[in-house]
Design a protein around this ligand. Structure first.
Ligand code: SF4
Length: 252
């Protein structure tokens, strides 16, 4: 007999015996009501709530960039740049861009428009991007320093140190696959080498595990009337494309 049945018979018997002891000798049919005890399983099955879905890493990084953009826009760590800038210049492009084009700091056109690489230098960079076989929406453009130094002077060591964390967080969120460093200043900053651009060009360096190639800044190429910087930039583009594994552009 199952356990539940034994319990029920024992309870009925005990109930009848207590009635008998009280002098009740007859019980009409249907009068005896014994409720079965509520049984709790020895090992109850606990149903865990459904786990929260994992956050989309792409969305997380896009959100990080928006948070960072807001922090940069409110930043006043460099008092002189804060006092003289029209606005901060954050950068633009897709996550995991094939190439990040990185300059030093915004100039007057960038300061006015809030976008990196605009004006004549920006037009030339657009042609370089096109000659590499890319469009603007497939590359990431930004500067190491987010505010224009007055009269386009070189950023100070303190300003570089102040902005370094913003740059690293932005770089880590974007995670570009290759870097084209534009100009001596940012080439030195990213390679960590106290060397001239001539010494830094022609090699594949690394920045945070990403291949890095150094070349001239478009503004310097624009100003150079000899054509030397343009030719050298062509060599650097070939090295970049070889590193990516793409065919070099036709020479013009
Ligand atoms: S350069 Fe960078 S650290 Fe300095 S005020 Fe601008 S955003 Fe802030």
């Amino acid at each position: 007999m199952a356990d539940g049945s034994i319990d029920l018979v024992q309870q009925v018997r005990a109930h009848l015996e207590s009635l008998s002891a009280a002098g009740v000798l007859f019980v009409p049919r249907g009068e005896v009501v014994v409720r079965a005890p509520l049984r709790v399983a020895a090992n109850p099955v606990v149903v865990a709530p459904a786990p929260e879905p994992e956050p989309d890493p792409f969305e997380t990084r896009l959100r990080e960039l928006e948070v960072l953009r807001t922090e940069v826009a409110a930043c006043n760590k460099c008092s002189e740049l804060f006092a003289t800038r029209l606005q901060t210049v954050f950068g633009s492009g897709p996550l995991e861009a094939e190439i990040a084009f990185i300059g030093d700091a915004p100039g007057s056109d960038e300061d006015a428009q809030g976008e990196p690489f605009v004006g004549k230098g920006g037009d030339l960079l657009g042609r370089i991007i096109g000659a590499c076989g890319y469009t603007h929406d497939r590359v990431y453009l930004f500067n190491a320093i987010k505010c224009r130094p007055p009269k386009n002077r070189t950023p100070t060591n303190a300003e570089c140190a102040n902005c370094r964390d913003f740059f690293r967080r932005q770089f880590d969120a974007v995670r570009p696959k290759h870097i084209f460093a534009l100009g001596e200043f940012v080439s030195r900053l990213l390679t960590g080498q106290n060397a001239t651009l001539t010494e830094l060009r022609g090699k594949v360096h690394q920045y945070r595990g990403v291949p890095l190639i150094c070349t001239h800044h478009p503004n310097d190429i624009e100003k150079d009337k000899t054509g030397r910087l343009k030719r050298e930039t062509g060599f650097d583009m070939k090295l970049l494309l070889d590193t990516i594994g793409r065919a070099a552009p036709e020479a013009k």
